[in-house]
Design a protein around this ligand. Structure first.
Ligand code: ZN
Ligand code: ZN
Length: 83
């Protein structure tokens, strides 16, 4: 896994197969490759471009790291905790 960090907000994104994320899933800034080994366990699959990336467990991406797809999340945490 390769770990990338957003140069602007510090969001971490992990990718497989040497794929480079195009932009930060939160603020759309550039991502830079980190040398550190960080394990990111939460896998996000994009239904639009079919790429996947990894984030921290408590992180909910706003955008796909590879395309312009916007994930549907509840902005006011109304249904977030319901399983
Ligand atoms: Zn960012
Ligand atoms: Zn995508």
């Amino acid at each position: 896994m390769q770990i990338f960090e957003c140069v602007s907000c510090g969001t971490l994104v992990g990718t497989e197969n040497d794929k480079e994320p195009l932009s930060c899933p939160m603020c759309r800034s550039r991502m830079r490759l980190l040398e550190e080994e960080i394990e990111l366990k939460k896998k996000i699959e994009c239904p639009d471009c079919e790429n996947s990336f990894f984030v921290k467990e408590d992180f909910n991406p706003y955008k796909c790291a590879f395309c312009n797809y916007t994930f549907v999340t509840s902005p006011h945490r109304r249904t977030e905790e319901r399983l």
